[in-house]
Design a binder for this molecule. Structure first.
Ligand code: 13P
Length: 252
């Protein structure tokens, strides 16, 4: 059975003291549960402190991006070696904000996905369509293309460990959630695409999250769907109480 994964993506928010306080508030409250995983994906400067605070708890700490090279002359970048060395376990790759504002491409996402596995990091690969693509009925083709390109060249075992976050761009930070049926339709499609790339057995084990205006009020309905295995949450992950409610929903 697939586990439910609730990942908070803080984006560029908080200062260190707020990040620490959040982690202190949640660690004691998230209990050991084999079926649910809670991940906090935070800005780079908070990672060492959050990893330290999350030790001996059931909370994992992730980054929101990284370079694909191990080291070198890449001013301002952070490498997978650095993240692994800190004890970070997950990394968000190809978020639509990185694709839109920082020239992330399917090719760099693919390189980063490979680099993540080389350094024991679990990639959370984001895909999703714009409103225009949805209105032009291009959603399925676009998402298929993104998934195929992101996962190209990985072994079946690596694909099985990859998490995919389906985040329709029009639903991010807008308060507009895709309906649970819309979200599930695309998540099922992604599973089918992964099945074609690998095997149906592998695809059945891949965790596929939905992201886009997820909050305590709509999480239950989303998680009740056949192919939605969790959520990648922006705004509603910034406040400890609301994040805890989302994780709690995942344990049901
Ligand atoms: P919101 O939950 O704020 O819509 O953000 C979604 C997102 O982009 C998570 O990565």
């Amino acid at each position: 059975m697939r586990k439910t994964v609730i990942a908070g993506n803080w984006k560029m928010n908080k200062v260190l003291s707020e990040a620490d306080q959040f982690m202190e508030e949640i660690t004691g409250k998230i209990t050991n549960n084999d079926n649910t995983e809670a991940i906090v994906c935070a800005p780079f400067p908070f990672l060492p402190s959050l990893v330290e605070k999350a030790k001996r708890s059931n909370v994992k700490v992730g980054a929101q991006n990284m370079h694909y090279e191990e080291d070198g002359a890449f001013t301002g970048e952070v490498s997978p070696v650095m993240l692994n060395d800190l004890g970070v376990t997950h990394v968000v790759l190809g978020h639509s904000e990185r694709r839109e504002y920082f020239a992330e491409t399917d090719e760099t996402v693919n390189k980063k996905t490979h680099a993540a596995f080389q350094h024991d990091l679990i990639p959370i690969v984001c895909v999703g369509e714009t409103l225009e693509q949805r209105e032009n009925n291009e959603t399925m083709d676009h998402v298929k293309n993104q998934v195929q390109k992101a996962l190209a060249g990985l072994t079946n075992d690596q694909v099985e460990q990859t998490m995919i976050a389906y985040e329709p761009i029009w639903a991010i930070g807008t308060g507009k959630t895709a309906t649970s049926d819309q979200a599930n339709e695309v998540c099922s499609h992604i599973r089918k695409v992964i099945g074609e790339l690998t095997s149906t057995d592998v695809a059945e084990n891949v965790v596929i999250q939905y992201g886009g205006s997820v909050k305590p009020a709509n999480i239950d309905e989303l998680l009740a769907k056949s192919d939605i295995d969790g959520a990648l949450v922006g705004g509603a992950s910034l406040e400890a109480n609301s994040f805890l409610q989302l994780v709690e929903a995942g344990t049901k």
